[in-house]
Write a protein that binds this ligand. Sequence first.
Ligand code: FAD
Length: 361
Amino acid sequence: MNKCLWELPPVPVGFAKWDYQTVYSLVSFRYSESMSAQTTTSTPLMPEAKMNLVKPKAPVTGRVVTNDICLKSKSNCWVRHTAIDVSGTPLEGNFLVGQSFGVIAPGEDENGKPHKVRLYSIACPSWGEDGAGKVLSTTPKRLLDERKPQKAVDDPEDHRLFVGVCSNYLCDLRPGDEVQITGPNGKRFLIPVNPADHDYVFVATGTGIAPFRGMVLELLENPAGKCERQIHLLMGSPYTSDLLYDDLFTEMARKHDNFHYHTAISRERRPDGSRGIYVDRIFIEEAERLQPLLADSQTIVYVCGLLGMQYGIYKAFSELGVGDGYFTVKDDLAGIPHAEWSSDQMKKSIRATPRCILEVY
Ligand code: FAD
C-alpha cells in the first residue's frame, strides 16, 4: 500500500502536526472575502482566487517533500503524488483547492530557449498537505510514448522514444530537490464560497483526479465543518491498476455516508463478462441515483481530465433529460438527435453553463 494514500491529510516529514487553530483561521479567511454576498441556488458563487503571484519570468524555488507512486497497483504507466514545500514564497497560503501552479523544468528546448512553464493541478486542499498552506501537491504522469508525427513536416517513420519534458522531470525529483514554480493559476475551477449550498458531481479521467483529491478532502475533512451535501466522484481509467488515490477514496466512501466513489474501467471485462465502460456511462447505469441529483438546480458538475471527455457527458445528460442546467445548445444542433452529435459539432455548438465546470487538457 502506498504511504501517501493513507495520510489523511498527509503531514510531511519535518512539519508539526496539524494546528487546528491555524487551519480554522486559514479556511475562514479563504472564504471570508465573498461570504457576505448572497448565492442564488443555481449559479455557484466562486471565491476570489489569487492569480499569477509568481510569474514565469521570475519563478520561485520550492523544495520537494515527498514523491510517491499513487497508482492502485503495478501499471504500464507511472503517476506520482508530489508534495512541494512553498514556504517563504508568495504561493504560501495563497492558493485555493482546484487551482493549478506552474513548473519550469531546467534546461532548454529544441530552439535553445528555456523550457516553457507547464501547469499542474493542485491535489491538496486550500490549507495544503501540512495544514498551513506551506506544502502543495500535484499528480504528475510520465509522458513516455513512441514518437508520432504531430505536423505534416514530421517524418512518419520516426518512432523513437518520445519523452515529455516536465512530467518526467517532476516524477524524477527526490525529497529535498529544488524545483522552479510559478502561479497560482485558475479562477473558475473552484469550490463555491458557500459549499453547503450545493451537491457535487466530480468526473475525472487519469490525472484529472488531482483537483478532486483536494476538493473531496476540503469538503469532507474540513476542520471548519464537514460539508453534509451529496458528493459523487466518478473516475475513469483504462485498467484497474491505473486508478489513482484509490485507497484514499475507498476509505473516504467508507467513512462518509454522503460521499460516493464510482469507477469505470474501459479496457477490462467486468465480473459479469460485459465489456468495460467509459466514465460517462456511469450516469446511465446509475441513473436512478444520479438523475434526480443532476436534475436539482443546486448540483454542480466538475469535469477534469482528457480533452474531449465532456462530449460523452453532454450526450449522457441529454439522454437523462438534464442537459439544460449544464450546457446550452446552438440551433444548428437542435434538430439532430443527441446520439448522433459528433465531437466536432459539440465543440462548435455546445457551451457549458456555470454549473458545468470544465478543465480538460
Ligand atoms: P511535453 O514535453 O510538453 O510534450 C507534450 C507535447 O508533445 C504534446 O503537447 C504533443 O504536442 C507532443 N507529443 C505528445 N506525444 C507525442 C508523441 N508520441 N510523439 C511526438 N510528440 C508528442 N499533467 C499531469 O501529469 N498532471 C496534472 O495534474 C496536470 N494538470 C494540469 C492542469 C492544467 C490546468 C493543464 C492545462 C494541464 C495539466 N497537465 C497535467 C498537463 C501538463 O501541463 C503537461 O502538459 C504534461 O505534463 C506534459 O508535459 P511534458 O512537459 O511532460 O510534455
